[in-house]
Design a protein around this ligand. Structure first.
Ligand SMILES: O=C1O[C@H](COP(=O)(O)O)[C@@H](O)[C@H](O)[C@H]1O
Length: 223
């Protein structure tokens, strides 16, 4: 893992977007399609705002969320809504989006169909993650039911995450799928998350799920 520090969040957003664009361009030289997995939440919007303008063959990029809340795609808590509004716009509007949540179906019932859409794009070419102050990443939460299954090296592609602390069920890529990405980036802001990440590095993934994916990770941090 290596940590890159930035003067401020604006600089981070521009530099990370440039780095991701460069990696996408390089990956597109050697592959017909490349898969870019991105987080939702409060962190990645400004990076998306820059990345969406990159001059790339976006029609060969498959974008998917690292995790999704089981809410309609226009809901304010939907990661898909954020990604469509902030990333799949401008030049990136021609990329193809792979949703994790199928409205109307029980989340568990829809997993096989969604997994079949994801299988052709694995391993992920480029992964961008966020992290909560509770050390969750994607929707792998400390102490949640089924976390052991999500962390197992033989885990399926997706799990349904149900926790007491979240208002709705979620669907998440599992640890081996995240960890298997060819390039991995974690974006965090603020001293609290920096301190949490330092602690997580010496904790077991059952208590600090972010620890399961830190090998080879580039961490981007700004106050
Ligand atoms: O709930 C989620 O949390 C993490 C971290 O979110 P942030 O708002 O603290 O940046 C995010 O990476 C994940 O995609 C999201 O669903």
């Amino acid at each position: 893992m290596n940590i890159q520090e930035y003067a401020d969040r604006e600089m981070l957003a521009i530099d990370v977007a440039n780095a991701l664009a460069g990696e996408l361009e390089a990956a597109l030289l050697h592959n017909d399609t490349v898969a870019l997995a991105v987080p939702g939440g409060t962190t990645p919007g400004p990076v998306f705002d820059s990345l969406c303008a990159a001059d790339l063959e976006w029609d060969r990029v498959r974008v998917l969320p690292t995790d999704e809340r089981c809410v309609p795609a226009d809901h304010e808590r939907s990661n898909e809504r954020l990604i469509r509004e902030r990333l799949l716009t401008n030049r990136a509007s021609v990329s193809q989006y792979i949703p994790l949540y199928v409205p109307g179906a029980e989340p568990e019932a829809a997993l096989p169909e969604v997994e079949s859409l994801i299988a052709p794009v694995l391993p992920l070419s480029i992964l961008v993650l966020g992290m909560g102050e509770d050390m969750h990443t994607a929707s792998l939460f400390p102490g949640m039911d089924g976390l052991d299954k999500a962390l197992d090296s033989q885990a399926p592609t997706l799990i349904v995450a149900r926790t007491d602390v979240q208002p709705e069920p979620r669907i998440s890529l599992t640890a081996p799928v995240l960890d298997g990405a060819l390039s991995k980036h974690l974006i965090i802001y603020g001293q609290a998350k920096r301190d949490v990440l330092d602690k997580a590095m010496s904790m077991p993934p059952e208590e600090a799920p972010i620890a399961a994916v830190l090998s080879g990770m580039t961490v981007h941090w700004a106050e």
